[in-house]
Ligand binder design. Structure first.
Ligand SMILES: NC(=O)c1ccc[n+]([C@@H]2O[C@H](COP(=O)([O-])OP(=O)(O)OC[C@H]3O[C@@H](n4cnc5c(N)ncnc54)[C@H](O)[C@@H]3O)[C@@H](O)[C@H]2O)c1
Ligand SMILES: [Zn+2]
Length: 342
């Protein structure tokens, strides 16, 4: 992984038992605060802790209630105070152990404490492995909306142990598959030939490679990184309209399908792209109909923070493995969504 800073993403079975030696090999010798949630802590914290202690690294832990609600300013401040109380300095480290919530919360805390201390990601959900732990975005939610405060902050290294996925509830596995299918759609890569469960380690590695490459070319989101938003314009509106009862992955699945259907109908994308997408979504129980109307979705899109005047950047498919960004007028969006939902 290469961006403003080069760092390793290590992927191997049972790697969490080597967290200590890997930390030392990356010159992290100071204290470690492991930030993790109430689901992950009982299962994996003891192993990570044991490994760190055996390497002579002092460990403390900050455990928060699992779930998105915890990605808030209160926990952020609590972590900063916890680090201060435990006399953490810039030679010490924060380790995120958990899903995207732990990664984002711990990452933003690490970025802020003393203007930045060492940060390590140990993602334990599939989504965190293939998406949130790569790319250096960290954030917390504010009352006004998700991810409204945050920083770009790169970890020292990312440690991925695919065996921990055995305890991840199926719904979260399916949800993450939506982002993996998204990667298969946006650039040419190996994923279309890999998408069966037995290949999970290779799938993760390929997703990390794809995201790293895109982020490297465009760390702060001017150009190609926008491809990662495939399906997300409609998805954000769908999530909001459902009051977040529809999960992100399901919303992304609907969003990708809507735009692909509209584009294939218009003859603007290669025939067969939609059926491929639908087949992959179906395999992961992600083929669900969008129950909202185009007008409702469009109203939400009009308030999107990513809007530039009255045009928005929409990621559209051209074929499997090739998408591009097009500037679309807001008025046009309603028609596109209508065609895609209908
Ligand atoms: N920073 C980024 O670039 C980025 C990208 C995508 C998503 N995100 C953020 O990621 C978050 C969603 O991530 P998520 O889906 O991982 O959510 P999450 O962290 O809440 O994890 C999902 C659930 O799985 C549990 N869990 C995690 N690993 C487990 C394991 N191995 N065994 C058993 N249970 C386990 C968690 O306790 C939680 O209940 C959102 O806040 C989103 O905004 C950030
Ligand atoms: Zn997403």
């Amino acid at each position: 992984m290469e961006a403003s800073k080069k760092y390793n993403v290590l992927i191997e079975n049972n790697l969490i038992d080597k967290a200590g030696e890997i930390a030392l090999s990356h010159s992290l010798k100071g204290k470690v605060c492991v930030v993790t949630d109430t689901n992950v802590a009982p299962i994996y914290l003891p192993r990570v802790k044991k490994s760190l202690l055996e390497s002579g690294i002092e460990v403390c832990e900050y455990i928060f209630e699992s779930g998105e609600k915890s990605k808030n300013a209160q926990n952020f401040i609590e972590i900063l105070n916890f680090l201060a109380e435990n006399h953490f300095t810039r030679t010490d480290s924060v380790f995120a152990l958990g899903g995207g919530v732990a990664g984002d919360l711990a990452g933003f805390s690490a970025a802020s404490y003393m203007r930045g201390i060492n940060f390590v990601q140990i993602p334990t959900s599939l989504l965190a492995m293939v998406d949130s732990s790569v790319g250096g975005k960290t954030a917390i939610d504010l009352e006004a909306g998700k991810n409204l405060a945050g920083a770009f902050y790169q970890p020292e290294f990312v440690l991925i142990d695919p065996t921990v996925l055995s305890t991840l509830p199926k719904e979260f596995l399916n949800d993450a598959m939506a982002e993996i299918i998204k990667y298969a759609m946006i650039t040419k890569n190996k994923l279309p030939n890999l998408l069966v469960e037995e290949n999970i380690t290779e799938i993760i590695a390929e997703c990390v490679r794809i995201k790293s490459e895109i982020v490297h070319k465009d760390e702060f989101e001017g150009g190609i990184r926008r491809l990662l938003n495939f399906g997300h314009t409609a998805a954000h509106a769908i999530e909001a309209l459902s009051e977040f009862k529809i999960t992100h992955g399901n919303a992304v699945a609907m969003g990708m399908r809507i735009i692909t259907k509209a584009w294939e109908n218009r003859g603007l994308c290669e025939k067969g792209t939609l059926s491929y997408l639908e087949k992959e979504l179906e395999k992961n129980s992600l083929l669900n109909k969008c129950e909202f109307k185009a007008e409702e979705l469009c109203e939400i899109c009009a308030n999107d923070k990513k809007l530039e005047g009255s045009t928005l950047n929409l990621v559209v498919p051209l074929e499997i493995g090739r998408c591009e960004v097009q500037k679309i007028k807001l008025e046009e969006l309603t028609d596109i969504l209508k065609e895609g939902i209908g």
